[in-house]
Design a protein around this ligand. Structure first.
Ligand SMILES: [Zn+2]
Length: 244
């Protein structure tokens, strides 16, 4: 191709790119004028295609709601610690993260769901710790909750995160569960109301000395395993997207 043609082709490409940008900006502008805010589809496009996926990390409890406690272990503190480590790991790998709370503030379930939905997150990961008050001494391990009917699409995300956790060698799996502790047919609020695949990790028992290690001396490894599971899942989503 001679230089003249090459220049012409390149200016055509620029022209097309500029018009695509103008068209996209107009569509978003019209939608803002119409709906009063950036519509969710525009956020999703912006999130997934222009800058890569967003993952919402939810540190369970917070503020007035301490969650469970056992001796000096307080659930709301441990969930925030692990959530922040997971977020750091994801961000250092170029994945955008929104957190439902990043300090000890009281955070309603509604606000957690809204944070995830407003961000157009690709996936939602809630972090909790479990508590056992019975007489057995060997109750320990991680269980991951998702929707009972599989409709929310969290089962694969749960499977990959649980696999990475058990791969550490010190995590016992209690499996993937649907619904909630009180009712196997009713999902947890955050699972039920988020618009993307969502999971709730019960990261071991406050009542288990063995499980304590996963949020104390092995906290970094535990967080890295959760981040790796999420990244495995993102890769699967991206592959599915490009082959369909
Ligand atoms: Zn909890």
């Amino acid at each position: 191709m001679d230089r003249q043609k090459r220049r012409k082709k390149s200016s055509n490409l620029h022209f097309a790119l500029i018009w695509t940008a103008v068209l996209a900006a107009s569509l978003v502008g019209i939608s803002i004028a119409h709906y009063g805010s950036v519509p969710s589809w525009a956020k999703a496009i912006r999130g997934h295609f222009l800058k890569g996926p967003v993952i919402c990390i939810d540190a369970g409890h917070g503020g007035d709601d301490t969650g469970a406690s056992s001796g000096d272990q307080i659930e709301k503190e441990q969930t925030l610690k692990i959530a922040q480590l997971v977020a750091d790991d994801l961000e250092s790998d170029g994945i955008r993260v929104v957190m439902t709370r990043n300090d000890d503030s009281t955070t309603s379930l509604e606000s957690r769901v809204q944070t995830a939905n407003d961000a157009g997150a690709l996936g939602f990961v809630s972090i909790h710790r479990n508590m056992y008050n019975g007489t057995k001494t060997d109750v320990k391990g991680v269980e991951i909750w998702t929707s009972h009917d599989g409709e929310a699409g969290g089962t694969e995300l749960a499977r990959l995160v649980l696999k990475r956790l058990t791969d550490t060698g010190y995590v016992t799996s209690r499996g993937i569960k649907g619904g909630s502790m009180d009712d196997p047919d009713t999902d947890y609020y955050v699972i039920r109301n988020t618009q993307m695949p969502s999971i709730l990790i019960e990261l071991g028992f406050l009542s288990s000395e063995d499980d304590r290690a996963m949020v104390e001396e092995y906290a970094d490894v535990t967080a890295r395993a959760i981040a790796d599971g999420i990244e495995d899942w993102i890769s699967e989503q991206t592959e599915t997207e490009s082959t369909t």
